[in-house]
Design a protein around this ligand. Structure first.
Ligand code: NDP
Length: 244
């Protein structure tokens, strides 16, 4: 496989779900993939094996996106040894759904610290090397929940809406350096995270009448990483089967 100019792309939460599809698609497009995982080492190793078998180029990295020091330490070390990334896909995230009156402070904090603080924790150590290079791509993963608000997801909707605001502001800051910053907002995608969604209740609200596949999110990410997407920045692009 011909590497795209040896371009390196990190995908957080690459061991399963949407992240796994992202890593596979990014690798298939010819990039060197730095596949991040948190607890799922075995799944990450199976991804590594699959990508190598397909002739792709991959390495693994582990850290907790809710732990600022852990992110800084691992990401600075990686960059010292390898230089700046070309692309950063901030995909890792969690939900902890409860109706708001019953929502524990712990579930509020956990979801905000992982999803929203994770934006700062992962991107902050990577920004200056990217700025010095004056090129690159940042893609964040929000959710339809961050756009419309979802019942039982006040914490998750808050975090995902926060990611949209942060993405747009960062896009403005980095635009003059030819670094694009965009957000993908998936609808309901078939992964472990969505396994408890009551499909009979939600399908009528999806014009395409079905939930999405992780690969259908990954295709957009590969396009946003490409040279063809060099004038697209500060955008939130939904992949949701037509939900408004
Ligand atoms: P999954 O639950 O399948 O996977 C979550 C990923 O996030 C795993 O790789 C997990 O790593 C990683 N992760 C969780 N907590 C941490 C942490 N503290 N530090 C580092 N990594 C962590 O989720 P999906 O693939 O469904 O979701 C991926 C992204 O897409 C998320 O941001 C999610 O909010 C968003 N999304 C998903 C939708 C859906 O319907 N599935 C819809 C809209 C948005 P590990 O396994 O190693 O713990």
């Amino acid at each position: 496989m011909q590497l795209v100019g040896e371009k390196k792309v990190i995908v957080t939460g690459a061991n399963r779900g949407i992240g796994r599809a992202l890593a596979l698609a990014v690798s298939q497009a010819g990039y060197h993939v730095i596949a991040h995982y948190f607890r799922g080492k075995e799944a990450a190793e199976s991804l590594e094996k699959e990508i190598r078998q397909n002739g792709g180029s991959i390495e693994l990295i582990q850290f907790d996106i809710s732990d600022r020091e852990d992110c800084r330490e691992k990401l600075e070390k990686w960059q010292e040894e390898n230089g700046a990334f070309w692309g950063i896909i901030c995909n890792a995230g969690i939900c902890a759904d409860e109706s708001f009156p019953g929502m524990s402070g712990e579930n509020w904090d956990k979801v905000l610290r992982t999803n929203l603080d994770g934006f700062y924790n992962v991107l902050h150590p990577l920004i200056m090397p990217l700025c010095r290079k004056k090129k690159g791509r940042i893609i964040t993963i929000s959710s339809v929940s961050g756009i419309t608000g979802n019942r039982g997801q006040v914490n998750y909707s808050a975090a995902k809406a926060g990611i949209i605001g942060a993405t747009k502001a960062l896009a403005v800051e980095l635009a003059s350096r030819s670094i694009t910053v965009n957000c993908i907002a998936p609808g309901i995608i078939e992964t472990e995270m969505s396994r408890d969604v009551p499909l009979d209740m939600v399908l009528p609200s999806i014009p395409m009448g079905r939930i999405g596949k992780p690969e259908e999110v990954a295709g957009l990410a590969v396009f946003l990483l490409s040279e063809s997407a060099s004038y697209i920045t500060r955008q939130v692009i939904s992949v949701n089967g037509g939900i408004i």
